[in-house]
Design a protein around this ligand. Structure first.
Ligand SMILES: NC(=O)c1ccc[n+]([C@@H]2O[C@H](COP(=O)([O-])OP(=O)(O)OC[C@H]3O[C@@H](n4cnc5c(N)ncnc54)[C@H](OP(=O)(O)O)[C@@H]3O)[C@@H](O)[C@H]2O)c1
Length: 334
């Protein structure tokens, strides 16, 4: 029988916890007996039981485990953390076969889960198409493989490629995109741990950087400080106290004191503040410098039908992504 159906169900289950498992991966698991699902589970949040434990515990007739196949979206763990290793639970439950979406490159696992299963006589099958499973946990794999947060970049631009008209600080920002783009942005914010702007954009736009148009948590504001110091009035409007990056020695609060232009230098340090996924919301120079440094893992662009003719240039992007209509805007993701 094809494993696709049950592995797809694992993916579905895993995404129920989207945005809530950091710093852990999202994982789903399914137990199958004679072609029928008899147990399901997913990892709800860090510190809580893993997907395999939830799935095994959900099986009413535990005697069926010895004749069942366990499907899981990620290699079962092999280390003692806040919970005992899942690979040990699987062998103690005498489950004879395990089908895995993708292996876990986390140093603590990295093949050890599979090795434990095989050494205890469990038949292990790895999916022939691990891409979807790695994509599900792209934040987690970026953290483990590149030792830095996953970076999403987002902006709204006019059809002729500007983020805003040229204006003074006291003039209001140009409203570029429509309400559906705002909704989509707030959905994205709910999945990020941190949201990054420059002190210039903070002072000029006075944003709250909150997830107010969607359900979920607010990402922590991160403010790049160099020639512009953040205004007290702008800081007051933020959803929570920010983390400063830059020449911020004189500012009260959490900070990484360094040259904010040296992105590769300070980006990994965000992990120490629990920021595993950062959303860069501009402005133009900050977005461009993230692209120039090669530190953007994913981007979201909203293009409106407005023409501005001149202004703050949007990132100069040679790539194209998948495009769809979002109300009056074109939404692209790459
Ligand atoms: N449409 C949108 O989606 C959107 C989103 C955000 C902002 N905006 C608009 O964009 C405008 C601001 O954009 P902008 O390009 O003028 O300024 P910006 O990119 O917001 O900020 C530039 C400032 O950030 C400092 N900075 C610190 N670290 C940096 C780094 N790693 N890379 C680049 N700069 C860094 C620069 O310092 P130095 O001076 O020391 O070089 C400079 O003072 C505003 O009008 C705002 O309303 C639009």
């Amino acid at each position: 029988m094809s494993h696709t159906k049950f592995l797809t169900r694992c993916l579905q289950l895993a995404t129920y916890a989207n945005g809530r498992t950091s710093p852990n991966p999202m994982v789903g698991a399914v137990l199958v007996y004679k072609g029928q699902i008899i147990g399901e589970g997913y990892h709800h949040r860090a510190g809580e039981p893993h997907a395999e434990v939830m799935a095994i515990n959900s099986v009413q007739d535990q005697s069926l485990l010895t004749s069942s196949t366990l499907y899981c979206s990620l290699e079962p763990c092999a280390h003692y953390g806040k919970t005992p290793p899942c690979s040990v639970l699987i062998t103690e439950s005498r489950i004879p076969k395990v089908v895995i979406g993708c292996s876990d490159s986390n140093d603590l696992v990295n093949g050890k889960g599979i090795a434990h299963l095989k050494s205890h006589g469990v038949e292990v099958v790895l999916s022939e198409n691990p891409a979807a499973f790695r994509e599900l946990n792209r934040v987690f794999f970026c953290n483990k493989d590149l030792k830095r947060p996953f970076v999403s970049a987002k902006w709204a631009q006019s059809i002729d490629g500007y983020l805003d008209r040229l204006r003074t600080k006291n003039e209001r920002a140009t409203l570029i995109s429509g309400p559906l783009a705002s909704l989509k942005t707030h959905q994205l914010r709910a999945t990020a741990d941190g949201i990054l702007v420059s002190a210039k954009t903070l002072n000029w736009d006075q944003p709250s950087l909150s997830t107010r148009n969607y359900f979920g948590r607010n990402p922590r504001p991160i403010v790049l400080v160099s020639s512009y110091l953040p205004d007290e009035s702008a800081l007051q409007k933020l959803s929570s106290p920010p983390l400063f990056v830059g020449n911020a020695a004189m500012l009260e609060g959490d900070k990484i004191v360094c040259d904010p232009q040296a992105i590769e230098h300070w980006l990994p340090k965000l992990l120490d503040f629990g920021i595993h996924h950062v959303l860069v919301e501009g402005g133009g120079r900050v977005l461009q410098s993230f692209f120039d440094t090669g530190c953007v893992d994913e981007w979201h662009r909203y293009t409106s039908l407005h023409t501005l003719s001149s202004g703050i240039p949007a990132p100069d992007l040679k790539l194209s992504g998948t495009a769809s209509n979002l109300g009056e805007d074109c939404y692209e993701r790459g």
